[in-house]
Design a protein around this ligand. Structure first.
Ligand SMILES: Cc1cc2nc3c(=O)[nH]c(=O)nc-3n(C[C@H](O)[C@H](O)[C@H](O)COP(=O)(O)OP(=O)(O)OC[C@H]3O[C@@H](n4cnc5c(N)ncnc54)[C@H](O)[C@@H]3O)c2cc1C
Ligand code: SF4
Length: 563
């Protein structure tokens, strides 16, 4: 535990480093990065070309930092590995029943499937673990010859003097909290590529830097985010209904706070239960973790796992800006793919299929460019393919749902959003696009104008406290290392955020990383960085935009299994 640190500018490029060169460098072994690696190696094998591809992943192993629902639309897998069903993929539970409820405290009403626009149907999708799927994708990529290195955080981008991206730098290992080098100090490696694909997922730290530095969002609206919290339960056999998918909206959130629960039965007696809160919520007293715990006590949710055992917990931000928030995708030497670019379909809560499809499109553009002898220029074919793709059409159909939800609240906004989706399905040429208004950090009301929320105590059976939950995420960070949550101005939490917003970091962080500690007549802001589950919510929601999440040493953070 420590006092708020002084952020230090680390000049990662000034140190003498080992250098490695590849044709394509991919940052992040999620569905986007792995699909790109597989597609590149497939194309090379088809053409009989040599092509070196490396994937760098900050988790201790592939999948360790992956947290998703997940109900997966197989359209991405079908395009990437058409015979994936015969190759031992972990996606074996096809959706068998699809329920959608609007909840109030003691009951709820089921929305008939007939009213749901066709693209909201989960028919033909698979319930499972995205983490397990990425492990399997990594095996497929390695079998094709891609090199995958988990345990390597990528901390910086190498730019040529003329401005193009040349590659990336992995983090130094063995640096003490005071900046001195420990016995095991090893400087990070410079990894150079003809093209670098950034597949860091929602609010990637390098992707955020690139979007700002290169002005990639000049033409798009602000990106919007949600925080998704999830538990994995093992339930008694008689409660398990493989393939049952349930989503809810309404209670425990008030009408002006967007979000809802998901519940998926899959595999061997496994149930994923989770809760999403849109990060444009306004009440600074809202606590997403406690909303999730409260939601699980609703009879229509609790009945699914009463008598079961909770085996995992975690949280992760997701992108919600959709079509109108997609930034410029390609820039000299690099491209954003997957949720680093924000291809998530919010009403469907699905992004993994688009992550894979976008990875494939970027891979095809990079392969064609390298074949033509090009390097480090703009992969113009990639955004063109995206614009012409079924993926863009899908995102376009739902583009007004999130702005309507944010403006009009859950009941009216979602109803009008549903009508808008129907209209866009029947008349795809409709062109009205509602813009997102404020970025999520700017939506909090002042504490003085907000009502504190009285959350029930956890019962230890269905609802739990935060620290026993974080324990189940397997999170681990070295105590003696630089804090990876940087404060631009260490005085802001206590002097500004506390009086104005009752310092909301104490509540929005799903791992109790941030605490306001009172010592005598003094209050100080404490950062328990070792608890961080890498969800990136603080980087999004801090009202002063004072917190920057940077990757800690490779291999640290959560150790999710089957999430
Ligand atoms: C709670 C929740 C529920 C969801 N439910 C569904 C669902 O049911 N169906 C669905 O299709 N989608 C769902 N999604 C969305 C889906 O998970 C994402 O769309 C998908 O994971 C995006 O894939 P990606 O490869 O772009 O990024 P990610 O899956 O986030 O993967 C990024 C990878 O990059 C690594 N990485 C990041 N930065 C660095 C760095 N600097 N250095 C090295 N490695 C790095 C990360 O550790 C991670 O392994 C859900 C998301 C959440 C949070
Ligand atoms: S410190 Fe930030 S990134 Fe880490 S768990 Fe808390 S909110 Fe998420």
């Amino acid at each position: 535990m420590n006092e708020a640190p002084e952020p230090k500018a680390v000049d990662a490029q000034a140190i003498e480093r080992e250098t490695m060169e590849f044709d394509v460098v991919i940052v992040g072994a999620g569905p986007a990065g792995l699909a790109a690696a597989i597609r590149l190696k497939q194309l090379a094998a088809e053409k009989g070309n040599e092509l070196s591809v490396v994937v760098l992943e900050k988790g201790s192993e592939v999948g360790a930092h992956i947290l998703s629902g997940a109900v997966i639309d197989p359209v991405g897998l079908d395009a990437l590995i058409p015979d994936w069903r015969d190759k031992g993929s972990p996606l074996t539970t096809e959706v068998s029943e699809d329920k959608f409820y609007y909840l109030w405290k003691t009951g709820g009403i089921r929305v008939p499937n007939l009213f749901m626009p066709p693209l909201m149907s989960n028919h033909g999708c698979y319930a499972g673990s995205l983490g397990a799927l990425t492990c399997w994708l990594a095996e497929q990529a390695e079998a094709l010859g891609a090199e995958i290195y988990p345990g390597f955080s990528v901390v910086d981008v190498i730019f040529a003097k003329s401005g193009e991206t040349e590659g990336v730098i992995t983090g130094d290992m063995g640096v003490a909290r005071d900046g001195s080098h420990k016995d095991n100090y090893t400087p990070g490696i410079a990894i150079l590529g003809k093209y670098t694909l950034f597949a860091e997922g929602a609010r990637g730290s390098l992707s955020k830097m690139l979007i700002r530095k290169l002005g990639l969002d000049a033409e798009s609206g602000p990106q919007k985010f949600g925080i998704g919290l999830k538990e994995l339960w093992e339930v008694p056999a008689e409660k398990h209904k493989p393939g049952l998918v349930q989503h809810t909206m309404g209670w425990p959130l008030d009408d002006k706070t967007g979000g809802g629960s998901f519940l998926y039965h899959f595999g061997e007696r496994l149930v994923s239960v989770g809760f999403v809160v849109h990060l444009d919520y306004s009440n600074p007293y809202l606590n997403p973790f406690k909303e999730f715990q409260r939601a699980k006590t609703h009879p229509l949710i609790a009945e699914h796992f009463t008598g079961g055992k909770r085996i995992a917990y975690g949280a992760r931000a997701l992108t919600e800006g959709g079509y109108q928030a997609i930034p410029q995708l390609a820039f000299p030497g690099g491209a954003l793919i997957g949720c680093a670019a924000g291809f998530m379909n919010v009403p469907r809560i699905k992004g993994s299929h688009n992550a894979m499809l976008s990875g494939m499109m970027a891979a095809e553009a990079a392969f064609a460019a390298i074949e033509q002898g090009r390097s480090r220029d703009v992969l113009e074919d990639y955004p063109q393919s995206v614009r012409a793709s079924a993926m863009a059409k899908e995102l376009k159909k739902v583009r007004n749902v999130k702005p309507l939800w944010s403006r009009l609240g859950t009941r009216l906004g979602v109803m009008l959003g549903g009508i808008d989706m129907w209209l866009n399905t029947i008349f795809p040429f409709l062109s009205h696009t509602l813009k997102h208004r404020k970025p999520d950090y700017a939506t909090l009301a002042k504490a003085a104008q907000s009502t504190p929320i009285d959350y029930p105590k956890p019962d230890g059976k269905l609802s739990f406290d935060i620290l026993s939950s974080v324990f189940l995420s397997g999170t681990n960070h070295e105590e003696n290392e630089p804090v990876h949550l940087l404060l631009a101005d260490p005085s802001i939490p206590i002097e500004q955020n506390l009086p104005e917003y009752a310092e909301p970091a104490q509540r929005y962080c799903p791992a109790q990383v941030y605490e306001v500690v009172t010592e005598g007549d003094r209050q100080r802001f404490q950062i328990n960085a070792q608890n961080c589950v890498h969800c990136k919510t603080c980087d999004v929601k801090d009202p002063a935009q004072n917190i920057t999440w940077v990757p800690p040493e490779g291999g640290e953070g959560p150790n999710y299994a089957n999430m």
